[in-house]
Write a protein that binds this ligand. Structure first.
Ligand code: ADP
Length: 543
């Protein structure tokens, strides 16, 4: 076939952009509730009008194509609206982690060259300090959330205008320009720095569009879904659910704080069908006081990822009436890149066996082009034997553009034409991957590699243990030995000797922790246990 006369034109080729999901849902479901927040509810027509007002007001303040607009806010409507208004101008949204300190915020604002900052009043004190450190003026719009602390408090104003004042000045019918190139930058996300200096990951419109659709498919979102925002929207744009939920015309339910005392009632009150969270969030629900917990008439879908969910956590959630979807990915892959796709026969398995299968990271999302577990030096695949470890390498349209102004890190990340995740995994015969560790978290004892996740999996099965993390402790004889940090369940008593004995019965002796330290575990705002902090705590225990 010779089709050379058939050319790309405006009728058959349009840049992919997640902003178009809002345009469609406003057309299809104008009267349907798009966003809930406390007592507030906006229909899709209102949501779209608010986004257009924001875009026109930002344009009037001088925000142009390619400019960076930073936002520091919890999961509030303004955060969602920024996900449409800013990219619709061809500008770049830079959501900042709400747990950052003033110094780190200043570094991000400077490196990302933020032109304007949308700032929730709760964070005014830390931001005041950050802006002083930045040492240059920046246009600040204060988000004065009616459901938040500091509402109506003039002392928490950093700029000249509040978010709602800005919207009031905007044009609800503003014809935003959109983008003419799907490769245009859409978002800038700083990695949390658990592996080193924060890097500025740049997303494009095409990747966000595709990953949002991939996630809507993977998680079974539909027009009647009600999605509760337990995952921070600043984390990989809420794993692209900020766009995925809108794409299907479902309802977003905002939530300022991750607290079981708010989550269970919100699920009941709004008929929530879907939510996402790190395994730590699931654990919070599992160990919530009985007075707070509720059972729901229907199964509530919960997607987890961001760290490995121990099978004990999956099992406990399913027992509470949730259905768990396991996702794996990184900031660099727009959040989820794989899911543990359930196979037809799995539903007949006993719960414990199914949970173990579900604890694997699985197979690519339909929108990821390919994935291999390979030797990172050659990109040659390891055998699918469930034993040989390799690095997880990804390729496709849902991989970041690269790191902003960091060519060395970008080149290293894309060596051999694959994105190198830094995660070590085995590849099972059925094609499912199972992550064993981040390369920097592996414990090398007497020349043998110990997967910290395997030891944690064993610890989470102990009836008295609520949370556990295992890191390397320096050892003059073995090089390193496993050191366990453990938080017991409330009211449960357990000794270090009992923990060691439990492990000795279940895993190889060289993998058994030499030290067991009790206490709360340090976590990032996205619910990751900070193993770097724990490694420092383990150092004085060195032998
Ligand atoms: P940071 O790198 O700053 O911690 P990311 O959100 O990009 O922030 O973290 C991605 C990392 O989280 C992955 O490289 C992997 O180590 C871990 N991770 C994410 N999802 C899973 C999962 N389902 N199972 C195991 N590890 C996961």
């Amino acid at each position: 076939m010779d089709d050379r006369d058939l050319v790309r034109n405006a009728a058959n080729h349009v840049p992919l952009s997640p902003v178009t999901f809002l345009e469609r849902s406003a057309l299809v479901y104008p009267g349907k509730v798009a966003v809930r927040h406390g007592r507030l509810a906006y229909t899709y027509a209102e949501f779209a009008a608010r986004c257009r007002r924001l875009a026109s007001a930002l344009a009037a303040r001088g925000v142009r194509r390619g400019d960076t607009v930073a936002i520091l806010a919890p999961n509030v409507p303004a955060m969602l609206e920024a996900h449409y208004a800013v990219p619709a101008l061809g500008a770049v949204l830079n959501p900042l982690n709400i747990r950052l300190d003033a110094g780190a915020i200043a570094v991000c604002l400077a490196h990302g060259e933020a032109k304007l900052l949308l700032a929730d009043a709760e964070f005014a004190p830390v931001l005041r300090d950050a802006l002083a450190r930045l040492g240059r003026p920046i246009d600040v719009v204060d988000i004065d959330d009616s459901e938040g602390p500091g509402h109506g408090d003039a002392a928490s104003r950093l700029g000249q205008v509040t978010y709602e004042e800005l919207l009031a000045r905007g044009d609800p019918a503003f014809a935003w320009p959109g983008v003419d190139d799907e490769w245009a930058p859409l978002a800038l996300l700083y990695t949390s720095g658990t592996t080193g200096d924060p890097k500025g990951v740049v997303y494009h419109h095409r990747g966000a569009y595709l990953n949002a659709l991939g996630n809507a498919l993977a998680f079974g979102l539909a027009p009647d879904s009600v999605y509760l925002w337990t995952l921070p929207m600043f984390h990989c744009n809420g794993w692209t659910y900020t766009w995925a939920v809108t794409a299907v015309g479902a309802t977003h339910v905002c939530l300022r704080r991750v607290d079981p005392a708010l989550i269970f009632p919100a699920i009941a009150a709004h008929g929530v069908t879907h939510l996402c969270g790190a395994p730590i969030v699931l654990n919070l629900l599992i160990h919530a006081p009985e007075s707070v917990k509720r059972r729901f008439e229907r199964v509530v879908e919960v997607a987890t990822g961001g760290a490995a969910p121990p099978s004990a956590v999956i099992e406990a959630m399913e027992r509470m009436g949730f259905r768990v979807t396991h996702l794996y990915g990184l900031t660099e892959s727009y959040g989820p890149a794989t899911l543990c796709e359930p196979q037809p026969g799995w539903s007949d398995l006993p719960l414990a066996g199914r949970a173990q299968k579900m604890a694997r990271q699985g197979v690519p999302l339909p929108t990821l082009a390919s994935l291999v577990v390979a030797d990172p030096r050659t990109a040659r695949s390891v055998p699918r034997d469930g034993r040989t470890m390799g690095e997880v390498l990804l390729r496709g349209n849902t991989v970041m553009k690269g790191y902003l102004r960091n060519p060395a890190a970008t080149a290293a990340a894309f060596e051999h034409g694959w994105y190198h995740t830094g995660d070590l995994a085995v590849w099972h015969e059925d094609g499912y991957i199972e992550i064993k560790d981040r390369s920097k978290d592996v414990i090398n004892t007497g020349g043998e590699n110990v997967s910290s996740l395997e030891v944690e999996e064993c610890l989470y099965r102990h009836p008295a243990i609520m949370e556990a993390a295992v890191v390397a402790c320096p050892d003059s004889h073995w090089g390193e030995t496993p050191c366990a940090f453990v938080t017991p369940k409330e009211g449960a008593a357990v000794t270090a000797e009992e923990v060691v004995a439990w492990c000795r019965e279940r895993i190889a002796h060289f993998k058994v922790p030499r030290h067991v330290v009790f206490g709360p575990l340090p976590k990032t705002a996205t619910g990751k246990i900070q193993k770097n902090v724990l490694r420092d705590r383990a150092k004085p225990l060195a032998r």
